[in-house]
Design a binder for this molecule. Structure first.
Ligand code: DX5
Ligand code: ZN
Length: 218
């Protein structure tokens, strides 16, 4: 058993084969499935929306961890909740009323998380710690898989850990996680590691053994 939760991002999976990719990576040891929703507006890339989330939901036996890189968020909360998200994480930077957004996610029956970009002071999430289940610390600028890890963010993970104290709030770290970067963020206090390109490499749904080796190496 991993000391931390490993959440492979299907952003790096075969988009034509999500169902089999999800089953392969869960069989390879994934603890959660991380689902990156992008709108071409909040971030400079497009992925998919609630209909795809609904379609992949039956293939996920672990946790559907939905990372919303969209603005605005509020008009879509009910659709993502109805699609079966277990967790909905919205960006602090996605609008002027993140507090309201997090309230609305919880009211929809989904565990709320707040994500924070590399350029935002980590203290900006401190007023929200009593209303979230998770803080997602971005260690790349969101929008694409396979980018370089921003190591300057690691001390902020430790400061966040101290600010959380004994609250039941998980720290997720997203972006550039690989065998060489994971130990530092775990030492700083991360509970959940998102990894896309580092997991979905060298294998496929037909040949998932490399996925298992990749997860074990993180
Ligand atoms: C980036 C996404 C990440 C991404 C991570 O915008 O939020 O979840 O898939 O990909 P890697 O692990 O390749 O940096
Ligand atoms: Zn993500």
């Amino acid at each position: 058993q991993h000391p931390v939760t490993i959440a492979p991002s299907i952003l790096s999976a075969d988009f034509a084969d999500f169902g089999r990719e999800i089953r392969a990576v869960e069989g390879a040891g994934a603890d959660w499935i991380h689902v990156d929703v992008m709108d071409g507006h909040f971030v400079p890339n497009l992925t998919f929306g609630p209909a795809t989330c609904r379609a992949i939901r039956p293939h996920i036996t672990t946790v559907m961890d939905v990372h919303l890189m969209i603005a605005p968020v509020d008009p879509y909360i009910d659709a993502f909740a109805a699609a079966g998200a277990d967790r909905l994480t919205a960006h602090l930077e996605a609008g002027p009323h993140i507090h309201r957004t997090l309230q609305a996610i919880r009211a929809a029956g989904v565990r709320p998380g707040v994500a924070v970009n590399p350029g935002t002071p980590i203290e900006a999430v401190f007023p929200l710690l009593d209303m979230v289940d998770l803080v997602c610390v971005m260690t790349v600028n969101p929008g694409f898989g396979g980018q370089s890890f921003i190591a300057a963010r690691v001390p902020d993970v430790a400061r966040l850990r101290a600010a959380i104290g004994d609250r039941p709030v998980k720290i997720e770290v997203d972006g550039g996680i690989a065998p060489d970067t994971a130990p530092g963020v775990v030492a700083a206090g991360a509970d959940v590691l998102v990894a896309g390109s580092a997991v979905f490499t060298g294998g496929s749904a037909d040949d998932p053994a490399p996925y298992a080796a990749n997860i074990a190496a993180i």
